[in-house]
Design a protein around this ligand. Structure first.
Ligand SMILES: [Zn+2]
Length: 487
């Protein structure tokens, strides 16, 4: 590789998110994915002459809530504008968007990564209507044609525009992961990438480190997975560095990313510097937002469990890895369960994490259920771990009790008694068995005396077999040492 380290990227992201409303942004048609093509349409979303838009109050509320969740400043009124351009997926010849009156400005996304936490500023959050969907891939479309499905036309879309403050493809990914999680937690969107409810446009320019002037900006549109986004940005970064090092100049262009080849390719459409001739939408009056309404939205946003905050708490309070923190934070029910169990448990919190991401998760997977569907309570897991800590249960016994707790619930101590799993820590009883073991395995005993530690296994194994695995291994080892030390 050439000296990529001398260069840095300046990346901005525009993320389009479909809002989780029942109906579309300006008409009563259902906002649904997967219905037969062109069955969810009406004169408004088909752009027929004489039809008039009516703002969906819930879409506005969700947009404002998202803006508040991203710590945006919320204006005291919002308005809509026409963005004029001609494209087959746009039935009216313009898109109703917010150019002058966004639902929020000057926000931020806090992200987390292996290297710690960071904040990327958000320039604005605005609402607009989605376009129709061009259909190419279906079996009923001929190779040389494009069909249009207007079910998507008019679906409420929110655009979150970051400041161009991202400096690497990896950081772009962390930003998107954190933003997406925040919007899911806020309940404004499912952010389902596969259903097109979360789509990413990026722009990237490259400059030599320390230089003020930015290079020419290149846009990469319609990235539909995190992997595609990171791959496209990395490919584009390397491509632009190559051009600059070769003494060339990067030209302003819009690209698409080809998943199959991992390359960016110019769009087929001839790129014109667009003039959208924005003007206020005459059919929609501005909407004043009373202070009390904004306050209520902001109070709701305060209630959201902020992903970065939760991750930080797990990192710092429970000594988790990043992967564990994400799992505990984002698997339904886990975080609340962990907090409740840790309030009830007197031992090391780390032990709870181990059991939750380990045995509990494996049991849930085997049963194909979620945590809330099992009968395990936080108090029962805490009590089980306390039996372990007190030496009253060993790990295999605790696993057996855990399985019972998950199926039937109950008290760990009572289950252990009923199943005869209590650990044997009585040194006298164990000593008797150790003497038997030595008598039955004289060679092993002699080997251990001679310093062959591995031979100890035969003696421990004997005692475990005799006790059905219930002997306390620490006590067994102590007693073996004592007995073998006898003259
Ligand atoms: Zn409609």
């Amino acid at each position: 590789m050439s000296g990529n380290g001398e260069f840095e990227a300046t990346i901005g992201l525009e993320v389009h998110v479909q809002l989780k409303t029942r109906s579309k942004l300006f008409c009563g048609c259902a906002n649904e994915f997967g219905a037969p093509p062109n069955t969810l349409t009406c004169p408004v979303c088909l752009g027929l002459p004489g039809s008039l838009p009516v703002l969906n109050r819930e879409a506005l509320r969700l947009g404002l809530k998202a803006a508040a969740a991203l710590n945006c400043r919320i204006p005291d009124a919002v308005s809509f504008d026409r963005k004029n351009y001609f494209y087959p997926d746009l039935p009216k010849g313009f898109q109703i968007s917010q150019h002058f009156g966004a639902v929020g400005v000057e926000g931020e996304v806090e992200y987390w990564s292996e290297d710690g936490f960071g904040v990327i500023p958000v320039e604005r959050v605005h609402l607009e209507e989605d376009t129709a969907k061009a259909v190419h891939a279906e079996a009923y479309v001929y190779a040389d044609e494009t069909l249009l499905d207007f079910n998507r036309a008019g679906v409420p879309l929110m655009e979150v525009v970051s400041e161009p403050a991202i400096t690497s493809p990896a950081q772009a990914r962390r930003y998107v992961v954190a933003l997406r999680r925040m919007l899911v937690e806020a309940g404004v969107s499912d952010c389902d990438l596969e259903k097109g409810a979360f789509r990413i446009d990026t722009n990237i320019s490259v400059k030599r480190k320390g230089r003020e002037a930015l290079g020419e900006q290149v846009e990469i549109k319609n990235l539909n997975s995190l992997k595609a986004m990171e791959g496209a940005l990395q490919y584009e970064f390397d491509r632009q560095v190559g051009i600059i090092e070769g003494g060339g100049e990067v030209t302003r262009v819009t690209l698409h990313y080809d998943d199959a080849t991992g390359r960016t390719v110019p769009t087929r459409v001839k790129e014109v510097r667009a003039d959208y001739r924005y003007f206020a939408e005459p059919d929609l009056p501005p909407v004043a937002l009373p202070a009390s309404y904004i306050k209520q939205i902001e109070a709701e946003a305060e209630e959201i469990a902020r992903p970065a905050t939760v991750i930080r708490e797990l990192f710092e309070g429970y000594e988790t890895t990043l992967a564990e923190a994400e799992m505990l934070a984002f698997t339904p029910g886990y975080y609340d369960f962990l907090k409740a169990a840790s309030a009830a448990y007197g031992g090391e919190r780390r032990a709870l994490v181990n059991w939750l991401v380990g045995d509990v998760t494996r049991e849930l997977k085997e049963r194909g259920m979620e945590l809330a569907e099992s009968k395990l309570t936080p108090g029962a897991l805490a009590a089980l771990l306390e039996l372990l800590d007190a030496g009253e249960a060993n790990v295999p016994a605790a696993r057996e009790v855990l399985a019972a707790l998950m199926s039937e619930g109950g008290e760990p101590a009572a289950i252990m008694d009923a199943k005869g799993l209590a650990q044997i820590s009585d040194a006298a009883a164990i000593e008797e068995l150790v003497r038997e073991a030595v008598a039955a395995n004289p060679k092993a005993a002699a080997d251990v005396r001679g310093g062959k530690e591995k031979a100890r296994r035969a003696l421990v194994g004997y005692v475990m077999k005799k006790t059905g695995g219930r002997a306390n291994p620490t006590v067994v080892n102590d007693v073996i040492a004592k007995v073998l030390a006898e003259p």
